[in-house]
Design a protein around this ligand. Structure first.
Ligand code: ADP
Ligand code: MG
Length: 238
């Protein structure tokens, strides 16, 4: 089970309070989307959940376990970045297996998991290529593949499609949605694209200045925004 609970979570960088008292309950298997204006703290909140940043207040639990002081590698989460962050000198299969190799997983097991992830993401024919030989969409698929091979309980996506052109974005959105249906993992997805949020989310969290402005289903936010800020952000008629 990988439900998440954030209770009074705060994050400051020196005197700058970036995340302010966030309470949030995420169910196992839920697809949750964080939206909000640039600079409101979406990436920071994701990095706090992943363990790339320490929280400066409050409590974070994943699967019922307190994670405040648990290192990133032991949280059962995997993060996919906007910039792909692939190693240019490694082939696709080595990029995908890299994290497992670091964790000293046996070679045949790495191969098995990479092959399985490659089938899931239709990367079979690309395993021996280098990142520079791939299109943007293929690179992003490799980045997702690298996250999948670790069997994470929770996937974190930070604007994974914003470097892709419009057509490919629509295609990859469907792929991510399909992946969620197949794997059933908990997924947290940051975007500034309203359509992405409305189509992917079970639950949307609207952030503003490091605080939660509203949490609800896409329908709730569209038909019952708590204020004009949410309405404007979601594009509802209020
Ligand atoms: P978003 O992803 O919503 O655009 P971020 O989480 O990247 O927003 O940033 C939120 C705020 O935190 C911004 O004001 C940003 O400048 C600040 N911030 C983010 N990371 C750091 C850091 N490592 N040190 C200092 N300030 C940071
Ligand atoms: Mg960001």
């Amino acid at each position: 089970m990988a439900d998440l609970t954030l209770t009074g979570v705060c994050k400051s960088f020196g005197k700058l309070e970036v995340i302010r008292n966030v309470d949030l309950q995420i169910e196992d298997g839920e697809f949750v989307v964080f939206v909000g204006p640039s600079g409101c703290g979406k990436s920071t909140l994701l990095r706090c959940i992943s363990g790339l940043e320490d929280i400066t207040g409050g409590t974070l639990t994943i699967g019922g376990e307190r994670m405040n002081d648990v290192p990133a590698a032991k949280r059962g989460v995997a993060m996919v970045f906007q910039s792909y962050a692939l190693y240019p000198h490694l082939r696709v299969r080595e990029n995908m297996g890299f994290g497992l190799k670091v964790r000293k997983v046996a070679k045949p097991e790495i191969e098995r998991r990479v092959d399985e992830a490659a089938r899931t993401l239709k990367l079979d024919s690309l395993l021996d290529r280098f990142p520079r030989e791939l299109s943007g969409g293929q690179r992003q698929r490799v980045a997702i593949g690298r996250a999948i091979v670790g069997n994470p309980e929770v996937f974190l996506f930070d604007e994974p499609l914003s470097n892709l052109d419009a057509e490919l974005r629509v295609h990859m959105r469907a792929e991510i949605s399909g992946l969620h249906k197949r794997l059933g993992n908990t997924m947290i997805y940051v975007t500034h694209d309203q359509i992405e949020a409305m189509t992917l989310a079970d639950k949307i969290v609207v952030l503003r200045d490091g605080m939660v402005e509203q949490i609800g289903s896409p329908r709730d936010l569209y038909y019952r925004p708590v204020n004009t800020f949410v309405a404007q952000f979601i594009g509802s008629p209020k």
